[in-house]
Design a protein around this ligand. Structure first.
Ligand SMILES: [Zn+2]
Length: 390
């Protein structure tokens, strides 16, 4: 904002290129947060840089920026960190050059997700300019440098910091590249959960010629695994594919053909929809395993619960904004890998929408320059719908 309160426009392409020129491969920041903070401060945002470092991990820089200090707080969440470039020789451009070739912006992070962040800042500038700088509410950005890595010193910690301050988010858009083929064709409204079970079946070691003196744990493990796989977990739900269970290994490690082993072990991974939680699946698995009887030990590692943002909240807002700008009706999807939305969903309604993700994490990552302008318009339209003009 200038002294007269005039909002200067933000060019999403120039800002995205400037961010790409910071080689912020997790956990390095390389100046990316400062580039973003400077652009936001020009729009009147108050920026707080937050560095977190759990013992044994590298420190990570995060940013919480807020404009306005009253009313409903609309948050845009994302990450400035990027994955490594891989084989440098395979790139046709400098991965950290931010070059534009034939109407396309190239560079690591162009799609995932420096382009999205730049589009959001440009969208906010356009929105504020259209309202003469007046805002009846608050707009915030929650930006982490720890999304592509272990995600320990990032969004989760910033959310804890916000809660401790009594600061609240009322709606959140995560700007991950969710579009599949064309900008606006897909909004993510949730994700499947993932958990891995390790089953150890205990028996009694013995001679294969005298099985009556032993108890073979493999025989029981086979029956237990059959009980876990004999029918589908479910048939899916309104927004999710069916849940799946896949056995990933069975291990006994017994080199002797005349010895019944004392122990057998199996590992299986479950991808589950919103008809289950890790707790209900634990109960289900134990019930099935107990049918066989005998001694066993079952331990879980839960990577994440499934979550669904009820349609008619943020996803509805995004759908309307996308239709208004592109004429497209996005599919509401729960496919794909995980994102920080899994942490945010515990704090406020959230949905994910951003650029076309086809080149993310690949060599020659890129985004059409035109898409950055269109995405800025969509984000502006979302703000327009969230904060109706008086
Ligand atoms: Zn990402």
């Amino acid at each position: 904002m200038t002294a007269e309160g005039k909002i200067e426009p933000v060019d999403p392409v120039a800002l995205a290129a400037e961010l790409i020129r910071c080689p912020s491969v997790t956990p390095a920041d390389a100046g990316a947060i400062d580039v973003l903070a400077r652009a936001l401060e020009r729009l009147g945002f108050t920026c707080t840089k937050l560095e977190f470092a759990e013992p044994g991990t590298e420190p990570v820089l995060n940013l919480y920026a807020r404009l306005g200090n009253a009313g409903r707080n609309f948050c845009y969440a994302g990450h400035t960190d990027v994955v490594p470039v891989g084989r440098r020789e395979s790139w046709t451009v400098d991965p950290f050059g931010g070059e534009i070739v034939g109407g396309t912006l190239y560079g690591r992070g162009a799609a995932d997700m420096k382009g999205g962040i730049a589009a959001f800042v440009a969208g906010v500038a356009r929105f504020l300019a259209s309202r003469g700088g007046a805002l009846d509410g608050s707009i915030s950005l929650l930006i982490t440098g720890d999304e592509e890595g272990v995600s320990i010193n990032g969004t989760r910690k910033v959310l804890e910091w916000l809660s401790a301050k009594g600061e609240k988010l009322d709606a959140c858009v995560v700007g991950e590249p969710t579009s599949a083929k064309r900008l606006g064709d897909m909004v993510k409204v949730g994700r499947r959960g993932s958990m891995t079970g390790t089953l150890v079946v205990k028996g009694v070691q013995g001679h294969t010629a005298y099985p009556q003196l032993a108890d073979n744990p493999i025989h029981r493990m086979v029956r237990m695994l059959h009980a876990l796989t004999r029918e589908p977990l479910d048939n899916g739900s309104e927004h999710f594919q069916p849940s799946t269970l896949q056995i990933t290994t069975t291990d006994v490690g017994n080199p002797a053909s005349n010895v019944i082993p004392a122990e057998a072990r199996a590992v299986f991974n479950i991808r589950f929809n919103d008809r289950w939680t890790s707790a209900t699946l634990d109960g289900w698995a134990r019930e099935r395993i107990a049918e066989t009887g005998g001694e066993y030990d079952l331990r879980w590692s839960v990577s994440g619960e499934s979550f669904l943002t009820p349609p008619a909240r943020v996803s509805e807002l995004l759908s309307r904004a996308i239709e208004r700008v592109t004429g497209r009706t996005p599919e509401l999807s729960t496919t794909g890998g995980t994102s920080d939305a899994r942490f945010i969903v515990r704090h406020c309604p959230v949905a994910e929408f951003g650029l076309v993700g086809q080149t993310m994490h690949k060599v020659d990552e890129r985004v059409p320059v035109a898409d950055l302008g269109t995405l800025a318009e969509i984000y502006r339209a979302a703000l327009d719908l969230y904060f109706p003009a008086a």
